[in-house]
Design a protein around this ligand. Structure first.
Ligand SMILES: CC(=O)N[C@@H]([C@@H](O)[C@H](O)[C@H](O)CO)[C@@H](O)CC(=O)C(=O)O
Length: 308
């Protein structure tokens, strides 16, 4: 496989825009790409993940959405990673082949979470079968134990993974277990794996440990601010980096108390970007008007550091 530039920085976990009657709205993807690039300075996307309600979409919808992101992102985005995990192995393999055929820059696979792998060998066996359908496409394991209930530690998973999955590129690490993350980074320096952190409110801690970048929902609408945090961290100006993390944390802490998930993320993105993200798909329920009013007032009240 041709070595490629390491993925660093922010990756927006894309929202799936829907029409008011619940159909996937492909017509706004072009505007969405332009918004991420020009307003948030975010040039990498992670499609059909948690925020994108990927597991609530049909295979056909997932394919069409992936195609649209790759097509609209051409010459504008640096990386379009498609989440191809599914509960059924053949479906996941089909999506992996499709992602390869349309020229995705990477694929990610979430662990199956109905019949769950109970140990590393079972998990790797599943991942290997998916990865082998797209052997030339960089492969990421999508670790999100709070949602999948699959708690196999990444430190253990990575041991010898290249022999089983030659296209293995890294991990989207959506867990608060920073000890596991630190061990992975420390033990895998030679491998050049990418560690993309997925708990936005704790990104600064993950950067300190050595995470390469981040995939998250908030980079859709707070990508610009978070990029300033990354710059401050790189300088290094830790006091400034902390300010940004505290402020994004203040917003998230506020909305989490109100009840915050994918439905609310869609609402926040709609009022911040002006792009209609529409309702979520059942079983998720649209954010209430009360949530929208309070979340908007909170975001508007935040005083970001000067010079921004
Ligand atoms: C559980 C969850 O949805 N986590 C989000 C975070 O970005 C999360 O929204 C953020 O940290 C706020 O809590 C991401 O890790 C999910 C994600 O990247 C994805 O959509 O695939």
């Amino acid at each position: 496989m041709t070595p490629r530039k390491k993925l660093q920085g922010l990756v927006a976990a894309t929202i799936t825009p829907m029409t008011p009657d619940g159909q996937v709205n492909l017509l706004v993807i072009r505007q969405y790409v332009d918004y991420l690039v020009s307003k948030q300075n975010v040039k990498n996307v992670f499609v059909n993940g948690t925020t994108g309600e990927g597991l609530s979409l049909s295979i056909q919808e997932r394919k069409r959405l992936a195609e649209e992101w790759v097509c609209q992102g051409k010459d504008k985005l640096d990386h379009v990673i498609i989440q191809v995990g599914a509960l059924s192995l053949p479906e996941s393999q089909e999506l992996a082949r499709h992602a390869a055929a349309i020229g995705a820059s990477g694929i990610a696979v979430i662990a199956p979470f109905f019949f769950k792998p109970t140990n590393k060998d079972e998990l790797i066996a599943f991942l290997e079968k998916v990865a082998s359908e797209a052997p030339a496409v960089p492969f990421y394991y999508y670790h999100i134990p709070p949602l999948t209930g699959v708690k196999i530690r990444i430190e253990e998973l990575l041991d010898g993974i290249k022999e089983r999955i030659p296209s293995f590129q890294g991990v989207k690490f959506s867990s608060t277990d920073l000890l596991d993350l630190a061990q992975c980074i420390n033990k895998n320096k030679r491998e050049q794996f990418e560690f993309l952190y997925g708990v936005d409110e704790q990104l600064l801690s993950a950067l300190a440990i050595g995470a390469d970048g981040a995939v998250g929902s908030t980079y859709n609408y707070l990508g610009g601010k978070t990029n300033l945090m990354l710059q401050a961290f790189a300088k290094p100006d830790l006091a400034l980096a902390r300010k940004y993390q505290f402020l994004t944390g203040e917003f998230l802490n506020f909305v989490i108390k109100l009840g915050f998930g994918v439905a609310q993320t869609k609402a926040v993105m709609t009022f911040v970007s002006g792009i209609p993200m529409g309702p979520p798909r059942l079983p998720l329920i649209a954010a209430s008007e009360e949530f929208i009013v309070k979340a908007k007032a909170k975001l508007d009240s935040i005083v970001w550091p000067k010079g921004d």
